[in-house]
Design a protein around this ligand. Structure first.
Ligand code: IVH
Length: 714
């Protein structure tokens, strides 16, 4: 087999290993129980359980880590059922590392935040050969050597996770989050069959091991999932990465279990026993422990070999069953990695050598204008469907009128469409064809295509002035109001909102609270039960915390985070409505743009009317935040300044503790400083703090505060 074909066959194999857990899996607890012989002694049962678990684990490794399955799916399912049945008869013998424990946790209220053991860094991205050669030169200069060996592997386009194994047992997994703190998705990760719940104990398995990997969804599964979702009236995921992220960050792990996710591991982040001398050895070790690692990878003795690997991998890209968007290049020797160290957010010893975004040629069949939630008019090109990297594209955004003019895109033009990572498909450029007869240039309409109101222009952007008169804006406003992080009205999805508005049943947010069962059952797709459920969930949203209500109003610049900041700062909705720009800007995270937007919103009588109507229809806004919205750490969002020498911590330890709690350290005192920590021989910052009335903490008080934060986080 030629090399490229071999590589592809190898990668294909890994990638067809995408089976999600069988659909019966989440319901396994209620499966029928086959009786085991009554004469089995306790020791027999234990031995049988151990043998079954060992056998299933062995097949998992063969299937996922080694890509060499020995039995059929049906045989595997039989083994699995046998284990479930036996465990059901003897529930006291179920161990946390049993393959049956991949599902079984009750749904969660919210995902808990967890600090990472080591910051989860990202990578510097390079696109040009010249930049990659310059990287090689820099490495050689810094390491004072003429030759460096690199290890190269694909850059998987998913979401990265941290996996913790204690004594070989998978104990915790978290998403990257902000790199310092992630979300605990342990129970969801357990449902991924390529993730071993127990590692093989040989080959120097450390007691404590933290690895990093990527969770992703193969393209074919992504497309099938989207088909399933749209058939059921839901919103399709924009790309496989979002689908992977949405599937992993679920509150109900039985949903994750039905999603075909795959994990591949590519870094050891921490281990209690001695480290391997090279990255290549790390990958080899991980594979021996049973973890799936990139099978397509190469040791490159020079940067030229890296170029070849990049080119070869890029040529395979479109045939691969999953998305990769480049090649990750790592200095192979660990001691050299340590010497090179890291920058604030990325290691110096590794880069992502990205592929050029994929472009395909097609024709613009029409240009329509869509109206968004905030009234922005966006020109959208309707394209002759074309496949770009495995995803069929039939629409591409043209952003705004200036962009259309700059690229000079007209109906009938031949164009190049590109799709890069999670970016919405865009038209890269027009491809002029000799002798073509072009249509007239596109002009933005001066009337809203949805409601006919006047269109206003602000810089490059056009807006519909119709506000709630405009169906599109009203639909958007309701969807946003009902969304998960706002009033969280379940069952009020895009389709239902569209029906309610189109049928004239809802003309304002407050109308939601006047809906009756008769209104709903008259709508397409509603039965008695679904109508009752929706009415219950609307009624349940009548009492809402201040932050969620603020978020739900859809005020520009006021998203989930700022809504929380405001709810923390102000007693009530009235207090926010009365606050002027100056008062708002005293809040650390509120700058001029946010305060202007809030003030503009509050001074508009129509908006005040929306709030009054909601209150009149029985919506009660409780001050402060709901339990689930409260920051986990009391430090979150605070700013610390240190002055004088600390005795119990070094400055960097103190900084680390502060940052781990979601706070930040600043060098100077201002009105927005939350605490000044005073050590021995403090400087002028103490005086400034006293003048500005900032809370002063002794080192002991600081230690108590971070101790408290540590407790809260754990
Ligand atoms: S190594 C300390 N290797 O790419 C270095 N990352 O923009 C940690 N990624 O956030 C990263 N495939 O999620 C590494 N083979 C690979 C990767 C990979 C995908 C992701 C990772 C990271 C992002 C960097």
């Amino acid at each position: 087999m030629p090399n490229a074909a071999k590589v592809k066959a190898n990668m294909d194999h890994l990638c067809c290993l995408t089976h999600s857990l069988p659909l019966w899996y989440g319901r396994a607890v209620t499966s029928c129980i086959r009786r085991h012989p009554a004469h089995m002694t306790h020791a027999d049962i234990l031995a049988k359980l151990t043998a079954l678990k060992g056998e299933i684990r062995r097949h998992d490794t063969l299937y996922y880590a080694k890509a060499r399955p020995e039995i059929s799916d049906a045989e595997y399912d039989r083994l699995f059922r046998e284990l479930i049945d036996l465990e059901q008869l003897h529930p006291q013998l179920v161990t946390p590392d049993s393959p049956t424990q991949r599902v079984g946790a009750p749904p969660l209220e919210s995902l808990t935040k967890v600090p990472h053991e080591q910051p989860m860094l990202s990578l510097d991205s390079l696109l040009e050969q010249g930049e990659v050669r310059a990287f090689d030169q820099r490495m050689k200069r810094e390491l004072e050597t003429h030759s460096i060996e690199y290890s190269a592997e694909p850059k998987f386009d998913g979401l990265s996770v941290e996996l913790v194994y204690d004594r070989g047992i998978f104990t915790r997994g978290a998403t990257r989050g902000d790199g310092i703190t992630g979300e605990d998705v342990t129970v969801n990760l357990r449902t991924i069959r390529s993730l071993p719940l127990q590692l093989h104990a040989h080959s120097g398995l450390p007691d404590h091991l933290v690895v990093r990997g990527e969770v992703y969804m193969p393209l074919a599964d992504f497309q099938a999932l989207n088909r399933r979702i749209t058939e059921q009236g839901g919103d399709a995921f924009a790309n496989p990465r979002n689908a992977a992220s949405g599937s992993l960050r679920q509150l109900d792990s039985s949903i994750t279990a039905t999603r075909p996710l795959v994990v591949t591991c590519y870094e050891i982040i921490a281990q209690s026993s001695p480290v391997q001398p090279t990255h290549w050895d790390e990958l080899t070790r991980m594979a021996q422990w049973g973890l799936a690692v990139p099978t397509h990878r190469q040791l490159c003795p020079s940067i030229e070999a890296v170029m070849d690997f990049h080119q070869e991998t890029e040529s395979l890209r479109d045939q691969l069953p999953y998305e990769i968007d480049g090649v990750v290049v790592k200095v192979n020797r660990r001691d050299w990695q340590d010497r090179l160290g890291m920058k604030s957010r990325s290691p110096r010893w590794a880069i992502a050598y990205k592929f050029t975004p994929r472009k395909e040629i097609t024709v613009v069949q029409d240009i329509t204008v869509s109206v968004g939630r905030t009234g922005t008019l966006t020109p959208v090109a309707l394209l002759k469907p074309v496949e770009v990297g495995g995803v069929t594209i039939s629409r591409a955004t043209l952003h705004n009128a200036d962009e259309v003019a700059r690229k000079d895109i007209r109906i009938g033009d031949t164009v190049k469409v590109e799709r890069a990572g999670d970016v919405i498909p865009a038209i890269a450029e027009r491809v002029p064809t000799p002798g073509e007869q072009r249509t007239a240039p596109f002009l933005m309409p001066d009337r809203c295509p949805v409601c006919g109101s006047n269109v206003a222009r602000e810089g490059a952007y056009s807006y519909c002035t119709g506000q709630s008169v405009c169906g599109a804006q009203l639909k958007g406003a309701i969807e946003h109001f009902a969304s998960k992080h706002a009033l969280n009205i379940e069952g009020l999805g895009k389709k239902t909102v569209a029906h309610l508005v189109d049928e004239g049943l809802v003309r304002s947010l407050a109308d939601l609270y006047r809906l009756t069962k008769d209104d709903l059952v008259a709508l397409d797709g509603f039965a008695d039960r679904s109508a009752t459920l929706l009415l219950e969930s609307i009624a349940g949203s009548r009492t809402v915390s201040l932050n969620r209500f603020l978020m739900g109003l859809g005020i520009r610049q006021v998203g989930q985070h700022i809504a929380k900041v405001l709810a923390r700062e102000f007693e009530s909705l009235d207090a926010i409505m009365c606050a002027d720009r100056e008062r708002l800007q005293q809040i650390r995270e509120v700058g001029p743009e946010i305060s202007d937007s809030l003030a503009a919103y509050c001074s508009e009588p129509r908006n005040r009317e929306v709030i009054t109507q909601l209150q009149e229809s029985g919506v009660q806004v409780a001050p402060g935040m709901a339990m689930g919205d409260r920051p986990i750490s009391p430090l979150a969002g605070k700013t610390f300044v240190f002055t004088g020498g600390l005795t119990r911590f070094t400055r960097s330890e103190a900084q680390h503790a502060v940052e781990a709690g979601g706070a930040r350290v600043s060098a100077s005192v201002s009105k927005k400083t939350s605490y000044v920590v005073v050590g021995q021989d403090p400087g002028s910052k103490l005086e400034q703090a006293t003048t500005l009335g900032v809370t002063i903490l002794t080192e002991e008080q600081f230690a108590a505060l971070i101790g408290q934060a540590g407790k809260d986080v754990s």
